[in-house]
Write a protein that binds this ligand. Structure first.
Ligand code: HEC
Ligand code: HEC
Length: 330
C-alpha cells in the first residue's frame, strides 16, 4: 500500500475556503465539471487572469453551493457523491423548480434485449473481423497519420501521429506552441515546446489507452476484465455495452455496434469530490487504410472540453526510429 501524502487543494492554491481537503490534482476537473453543469465559462465566476480573487458574487455563491452539495451528500447519501451541481442545474445557471409543461414525455428506454446474451469473445472476434481481420492487422507494423484537430470554435490545428506497435507520438502544432504527447511502451509523457507538462495519472493512462486502441491490441490484453452488460442504443443504432476494467482497476465502458461489430464509443471516468469526471471518445466514419479500418473521425468530449480529430492521410509501414517515442533528454 502506498502511504504517500496527497497534496490538497488547500496546500497548492492561494485562496481556498471550501475545497481545502480535495486532492489538488482534482481542481481542473472539478472546475470544468462546475462550468459544464451551469453551462458557463470560467469567467462567470472568475475575474480575468486571477482565479484566486474573490471579486465576483457568483464565486461566493458557488462556495455556498459547494458547501450545500457536500452537506446533502453527507447527510442523505452516506457521503457518496450522488448530488452534484448538475443534478439541479442540468446545464443552466438557474435551476427550474416548476416542471416543464412542454417537455415530450420521452422515456429513455433500452431497446429489446437479445434472447441470448452475446459473449464477450464473440463481440471481440466480430470487432477484429470488422476492422480488417487478424491477418491484415498483422501486416501493419507502423503508421504515420496526418490529421486535423478541430476545436469547438472551428479553429483547426495540424497533427502528426506516429505509431509503432504499442508506441505512439502525437504532435499538435498550435500557433503558440508545438505540443507532443507520447507513450513509449512503458511511460507516457507530454511537452509544450521544450517544457515538460506534468501528467496526472488518468491523463497518462488515456495516452497509453489511445496507443493500445490505435494498435488494435487484443482487448483482452488491455483490460483484465471484460463483461457484457446490456444492449443499448446510440444515435438509433443498437450497441453492446461492455464494462472493461484494467489490471490497476481503471474502469471504462466500451460500446460495440451490434450490426457491424465496430467499437464506436469508449467512456472512462475519474471520481472527483463532485462526482465522476467522464471522458468520452466517439469513433466514427471507419475507413479502409491499407486493409485495416481506422475511425476517420474521432470526437473527444469531457465536461467543458471537446475536440475532434479528422484523419487526412495515412502512410503504413514506413521506417520509424524507436527513439522518436522516448521523452527528450534535458
Ligand atoms: C460556478 C463558479 C465557478 C466556475 C464556473 C469556475 N470556478 Fe474556479 N473557483 C470557484 C470557486 C468557488 C473557487 C474557490 C473554491 C474554494 O474556496 O474552496 C474556485 C477556485 C479556482 C482556482 C483556485 C484559485 C486559487 O489559487 O485560490 C482555480 C485555479 C480555478 N478556480 C480555475 C477555474 C477554471 C480554469 C475555470 C473554468 C474551467 C473555473 N475555475 C470555473 C468557482 C468557479
Ligand atoms: C439542490 C439543488 C442545487 C445544487 C446541488 C446546486 N445548486 Fe446552484 N443553485 C440552485 C438554485 C435553486 C439556484 C438559484 C437560486 C436563485 O435563483 O436565486 C442556484 C444558483 C446558483 C448560482 C448563482 C447563479 C447566478 O446566476 O448568480 C451559482 C453560481 C451556483 N448555483 C453554483 C452551483 C455549483 C457550482 C454547484 C455545485 C457545487 C451547485 N450550484 C449545486 C440549486 C442547486
Amino acid at each position: 500500500m502506498q502511504t504517500k501524502q496527497v497534496e490538497t487543494a488547500g496546500q497548492r492554491f492561494k485562496n481556498i475556503k471550501v475545497l481545502n481537503d480535495m486532492p489538488a490534482d482534482q481542481m481542473g476537473k472539478v472546475m470544468n465539471l462546475m462550468s459544464a453543469s451551469l453551462g458557463v465559462n470560467c469567467n462567470f465566476c472568475h475575474v480575468e487572469n486571477d482565479f484566486a480573487k474573490d471579486d465576483k458574487e457568483e464565486k461566493q455563491a458557488a462556495r455556498q453551493m459547494i458547501t450545500m452539495t457536500f452537506a446533502l451528500n453527507k447527510n442523505y447519501f452516506d457521503n457518496r457523491p450522488e448530488i452534484s451541481c448538475n443534478t439541479c442545474h442540468g446545464g443552466k445557471t438557474h435551476p427550474q423548480n416548476a416542471p416543464n409543461l412542454n417537455a415530450i414525455a420521452m422515456a429513455q428506454e433500452r431497446p429489446k434485449q437479445p434472447a441470448t446474451k452475446p459473449l464477450v469473445d464473440a463481440i471481440l472476434e466480430k470487432y477484429t473481423q470488422a476492422v480488417g481481420g487478424k491477418e491484415n492487422l498483422a501486416k501493419i507494423n507502423s503508421r504515420v497519420v496526418t490529421a486535423s484537430r478541430v476545436e469547438p470554435n472551428g479553429k483547426t490545428e495540424t497533427e502528426e501521429i506516429s505509431q509503432k506497435g504499442n508506441k505512439i507520438l502525437i504532435v499538435t502544432k498550435y500557433p503558440q506552441a508545438v505540443v507532443s504527447e507520447a507513450f513509449d511502451g512503458t511511460n507516457a509523457w507530454k511537452r509544450a515546446n521544450a517544457d515538460d507538462i506534468k501528467l496526472k495519472t488518468d491523463e497518462a493512462e488515456q495516452i497509453k489507452r489511445n496507443a493500445q486502441i490505435f494498435a488494435f491490441n487484443d482487448l483482452k490484453t488491455v483490460y483484465s476484465k471484460l463483461e457484457y452488460r446490456f444492449t443499448d442504443k446510440i444515435d438509433g443504432r443498437e450497441v453492446y455495452l461492455v464494462n472493461a476494467t484494467t489490471a490497476d482497476n481503471q474502469r471504462e465502458r466500451l460500446y460495440f455496434d451490434a450490426a457491424n461489430g465496430l467499437l464506436i464509443r469508449r467512456v472512462s471516468s475519474v471520481p472527483t469530490v463532485l462526482g465522476n469526471f467522464q471522458y468520452q471518445v466517439d469513433y466514427t466514419e471507419y475507413k479502409d487504410f491499407g486493409g485495416v479500418k481506422l475511425p476517420a473521425t474521432v470526437r473527444h468530449t469531457m465536461p467543458n472540453v471537446s475536440w475532434t480529430r479528422k484523419i487526412l492521410e495515412v502512410k503504413n509501414n514506413g521506417a520509424i526510429d524507436d527513439a522518436k517515442f522516448n521523452a527528450p533528454k534535458k
